[in-house]
Design a protein around this ligand. Structure first.
Ligand code: HEC
Length: 110
């Protein structure tokens, strides 16, 4: 009986993990090398191929970033560049990136 309860507890734990993907900011930091060229923290204006505004991601809410990336990936948001980029990301990578950009920055002025 004890064994059965233990197995059941494991099952519950596994189920809970499958539902919520935990973002890891340290992993996300390695994933954002491809984003920084456009979304860096200092300038957020891109001059090529034409001048356009790029939203700032640093300090943005994790849920918002995650939602936005999934919307680009699923085609609910229409931006060719971001759609192409988001379509290469897994849910785990999106969670990691969101954790990275929303991380608290001690000492930052914001
Ligand atoms: C070539 C430039 C470029 C690159 C590279 C790029 N982005 Fe973007 N991103 C943009 C532009 C431009 C927008 C605004 C698009 C729009 O108007 O929907 C945007 C929008 C977004 C948004 C929505 C922000 C908001 O406030 O709604 C998120 C989130 C985002 N990008 C995340 C990323 C991530 C994560 C990466 C790297 C994996 C990345 N971007 C790489 C140009 C870029």
């Amino acid at each position: 009986m004890k064994k059965l309860i233990f197995a059941f507890t494991l099952l519950l734990a596994a189920g809970a993990q499958a539902q919520t993907i935990q973002g890891n900011a340290a992993t996300g930091k390695q994933d954002v090398f491809m984003c920084e060229g456009c979304h860096n923290s200092t300038g957020y204006r891109v001059a090529f191929p034409e001048v356009y505004e790029v939203p700032m991601l640093n300090g943005q809410n994790a849920g918002y970033i995650e939602q936005a990336l999934k919307e680009y990936r699923d085609g609910q948001r229409n931006n060719q560049t971001m759609r192409a980029i988001a379509s290469s990301l897994t849910n785990q990578e999106i969670a990691d990136i969101a954790a990275y950009y929303s991380r608290p920055r001690p000492g930052s002025a914001q």
